[in-house]
Ligand binder design. Structure first.
Ligand SMILES: CC(C)(COP(=O)(O)OP(=O)(O)OC[C@H]1O[C@@H](n2cnc3c(N)ncnc32)[C@H](O)[C@@H]1OP(=O)(O)O)[C@@H](O)C(=O)NCCC(=O)NCCS
Length: 148
């Protein structure tokens, strides 16, 4: 039975395992450690297996989606959509009224997911992400909560 629940420091190694094998641009230990300690992190479990992870921060009524990763083996089954939807419902309980995020211009799958959930593309931040040699633009997106 799938369930979405909070992640804590005890899940650090599992988070690193998921992102190492599933995210072409992994966050790394330092960022996950900080987020698991200081931010709001939610995971998606299928039975006893953690298959997706996400991190959010909140400043006043503004939520930032910091990261979301679905394990390669669980992609394309609605896991990302469900985790993000429930994650933002969760953040509303803490007063979140709007969500902002940045996504690589080349990340069509994530951009499509966000648009399907009602996010609008607000602009471009030039050369925001490091990319092998050089940099890649970020697309800035936002949505009011609750999502429609
Ligand atoms: C982006 C990511 C979280 C999506 O997770 P997912 O569980 O595979 O996505 P879902 O199955 O919930 O799909 C939701 C929507 O995304 C889009 N989508 C999913 N897979 C897609 C694909 N291969 N091609 C194009 N669009 C796709 C579809 O619009 C889909 O909606 P639909 O099923 O109604 O068509 C996942 O691909 C991932 O972890 N990517 C690597 C990390 C990453 O890039 N994170 C985002 C950082 S900003």
């Amino acid at each position: 039975m799938p369930r979405v629940a909070m992640l804590g420091i005890q899940h650090l190694e599992q988070c690193l395992l998921i992102e190492t094998r599933s995210d072409p641009h992994p966050w790394g230990r330092t960022n996950w450690l900080r987020s698991l300690r200081d931010d709001h992190c939610l995971g998606y479990w299928r039975d006893t297996d953690l298959v997706a992870i996400s991190a959010y921060s909140l400043v006043l009524d503004e939520v930032s989606l910091l990261n979301i990763v679905v394990d390669n083996s669980s992609r394309g089954n609605g896991v990302g959509r469900q985790l993000l939807t429930e994650g933002l419902e969760w953040m509303q309980q803490f007063g979140g009224q709007r969500c902002l995020l940045e996504v690589r211009l080349s990340n069509i799958v994530a951009r499509t997911l966000y648009k399907k959930l009602g996010f609008a593309e607000d602009g471009i931040r030039k050369k925001y992400y490091p990319l092998g040699e050089g940099h890649e633009d970020a697309v800035l997106m936002s949505a009011d909560l609750p999502l429609i």
